[in-house]
Design a protein around this ligand. Structure first.
Ligand code: TEU
Length: 553
């Protein structure tokens, strides 16, 4: 078990985040203490000992603010409170204190690009009408020809502009890069800038250790509002260089400002507060701009998530990422799954061309997926830098692809005219215990907001905790070794030159070697002092296919 996060009289530890293993909690689906079918803050509190025992260093909690939940809480109606469905500010304070006592840091989610249409400032903007200062806080525009002011597409389908209905008066359009219920803030306005400064301080003063920044590359827009080019006749969603709403230079000014605020907390016992950027930007050269010394501390590296289960491709991603992030002094981070993507057990069980999409229609070998997920976990946790675990990764949960259509909740389903099912399949509530739904997600037999599969009994945390060969126990063993071994966490790696083609093999000083066999046949186990951990049983002094071994050398 780790030491408590310092709260008084202890020297600040300021670089924990460079090597932290962070566990992502999606609050709606993690644990339900009050039995209403929706996860809540007290549910998370009750499972903190589980997370401490798992061996992670920090928890990132997806948005927990008051919200109509039209985009799972990424539609924020009040940045300074807790959604009553999830609990109260007092519950959140208790969670932060209890987590710190267990040595767990807390990151929460900042959603700065947009709010919810229920945010009081947006409601005031609607009421105040055209030309009002209230409307200046958002992107309201007229259009002469009855068409949206630009051809920009929204992330969940349809145009990125919504016209106010004639009966609300003036027929202006507002910009929403995501759902129509998520109006974009105008970051050229000083009031917006100051409001977010205050929001950061509000949560830092309550003790949170940092923020994950949602769509960290989107706040600034090209004020000329040029159209985007067409691709196959449709406006592109590509983040090409010069895109008017992604990766504009203005985002860096905002990040530098936030960094200065986080650094103001350097002398508190907890140490300076930190940021991790969510920005789906490739190649790593572009991402590196976000983690320069006076900007955000780290950024999710999604190239690894997108990579195929292929030695050459993975090695290129690892090299390219580390080279570019290390050049600006930032640590790498490794992510396999999150609440927006198809779970990696399922992805790795499919033909790579279908891996990231095609839910529900693609043949999937879940046994193969699980074997590769085990190997991938040991690869991820052996790489230099930080690592993210999405809730349920440690249980080997697959994507749920047969959710009934009337339960689908992701705005993508409606906005795509019922052609794209969306991201609900990775958001199914966690199975904790018992033989049938709700598997201990909540008390009693009440069912959760998304139905759980009837065959998940063997996947519950309870069922797996007693089985030494389980996915959960592999994660626990790996995290224990990672915590104790001086070579793991932040640092460097050296590729081994004696590895056969199709094998990823690297050494980390002092005395650690990781071997991942991605070929279709066993390879000889390299010389070693001791086998520390293996994702599959080893026989005949060989590393079987789709297996990772950690060696003391
Ligand atoms: O995601 C940003 C993002 O770019 C992805 O959402 C992607 O475009 C989308 O998942 C379609 O597959 C963040 C959050 O992680 C996501 O849950 C939110 O819906 C989104 O921002 C809007 O806040």
């Amino acid at each position: 078990m780790t030491d408590p996060v310092p709260d008084s009289g202890t020297k600040p530890v300021d670089d924990w985040w460079r090597s932290a293993v962070v566990y992502q909690v999606y609050p709606r689906s993690f644990a339900d203490a009050d039995g209403d079918g929706t996860g809540d803050v007290n549910g998370i509190r009750a499972r903190l000992p589980y997370l401490a025992e798992l061996g992670v260093d920090a928890i990132w909690i997806s948005p927990w603010y008051p919200s109509p939940l039209l985009d799972g809480g990424y539609d924020v109606a009040d940045y300074r409170d807790i959604n009553p469905e999830f609990g109260t500010l007092a519950d959140a304070d208790a969670l932060i204190a209890e987590a710190h006592a267990l040595g767990l840091r807390i990151l929460i989610d900042l959603v700065p690009n947009h709010c919810s249409w229920e945010h009081p400032w947006f409601k005031a903007a609607l009421a105040a009408g055209k030309g009002s200062p209230e409307r200046d806080l958002f992107w309201f525009r007229d259009s002469a020809d009855g068409k949206p002011p630009t051809n920009w597409p929204a992330a969940f389908g349809g145009p990125a502009w919504q016209q106010l209905s004639a009966d609300s008066g003036d027929g202006q359009w507002y910009l929403h890069l995501f759902d129509i219920s998520q109006p974009d803030w105008n970051w050229d306005h000083p009031k917006v800038i100051e409001e977010f400064d205050a929001i950061l301080r509000f949560w830092f003063d309550r003790g949170v250790d940092g923020f994950r920044i949602d769509v960290a590359d989107s706040m600034a827009k090209d004020p000329a509002l040029p159209d985007v080019p067409l691709e196959n006749g449709e406006p592109t969603r590509e983040k090409y260089v010069g895109n008017p709403f992604y990766d504009q230079p203005g985002v860096h000014t905002i990040h530098q400002r936030w960094r200065a605020i986080a650094d103001e907390y350097a002398d508190t016992p907890q140490g300076p507060r930190v940021f991790v950027a969510e920005a789906w930007l490739s190649p790593a050269e572009r991402l590196a701009q976000y983690v320069r010394p006076n900007e955000l501390h780290s950024a999710f590296n999604f190239d690894a998530l997108r990579a195929k289960w292929d030695a050459k491709e993975l090695r290129e991603v690892i090299d390219h990422t580390t080279e570019n992030l290390w050049a600006v002094g930032a640590p790498a981070t490794w992510v396999l799954s999150n609440h927006d993507t198809i779970r990696h057990r399922t992805r790795y069980g499919r033909d790579p061309k279908d891996a990231l999409e095609g839910a529900g229609v693609v043949p999937t070998d879940l046994a193969l997926g699980l074997r590769r997920a085990r190997a991938a976990a040991l690869l991820e946790l052996a790489l230099p830098g930080g690592a993210y675990i999405y809730q349920g990764d440690e249980l080997g949960l697959p994507e749920v692809e047969d959710l009934p259509e009337d339960k689908l909740d992701d705005p993508t389903w409606e906005r795509s005219g019922h052609t794209v099912r969306g991201r609900d399949g990775c958001r199914v509530p966690i199975p904790w215990s018992g033989a049938e739904p709700p598997y201990g997600f909540g008390p009693g037999t009440g069912q959760p907001w998304l139905p759980q599969p009837s065959d998940w009994a063997p996947l519950t945390a309870e069922a797996q905790s007693g089985d030494p060969g389980s996915h959960l126990n592999l994660y626990k063993a790996a995290l224990r070794i990672r915590h104790d071994h001086p070579a793991l966490g932040e640092g460097r790696l050296t590729w081994d030159t004696d590895a056969p083609e199709g094998v990823l093999s690297f050494t980390r000083d002092p005395g650690f070697r990781c071997v991942v066999n991605l070929t279709d046949r066993p390879i000889p186990l390299p010389a070693h002092e001791q086998i520390l951990l293996s994702s599959e049983p080893l026989t005949n002094n060989e590393v079987p296919t789709d297996t990772t071994v950690w060696l003391q050398v």
